[in-house]
Design a protein around this ligand. Structure first.
Ligand code: SF4
Length: 77
């Protein structure tokens, strides 16, 4: 299994992509095609939608291949 991890940030959140975990359910690009487009390189464009829509779509990834890191600049939890 691949242990590659890619990060795509829009300044507010980072989409973390672990291709080795992808179950190819197609949820992501069927649900938010402007951001998740397997025909493009890079295939994730976090500038193509708003942060809340990206977070909502990432939460629907069934395999854990997609996850979100929030960028809490100036405040640590
Ligand atoms: S929703 Fe998750 S498991 Fe499905 S294709 Fe996208 S990244 Fe892969």
């Amino acid at each position: 299994m691949s242990d590659i991890v890619k990060h795509y940030s829009n300044g507010a959140v980072t989409v973390v992509w672990k291709p080795g975990l992808c179950a190819h359910s197609e949820n992501c690009w069927r649900g938010l095609a402007s951001v998740f487009n397997p025909g493009k390189k890079p295939w994730i464009d976090v500038t193509a939608s708003d942060t809340e829509s990206i977070i909502a779509q990432v939460s629907k990834c069934p395999s854990g291949a997609l996850s979100i890191e929030r960028e809490n600049k100036g405040s640590q939890e």
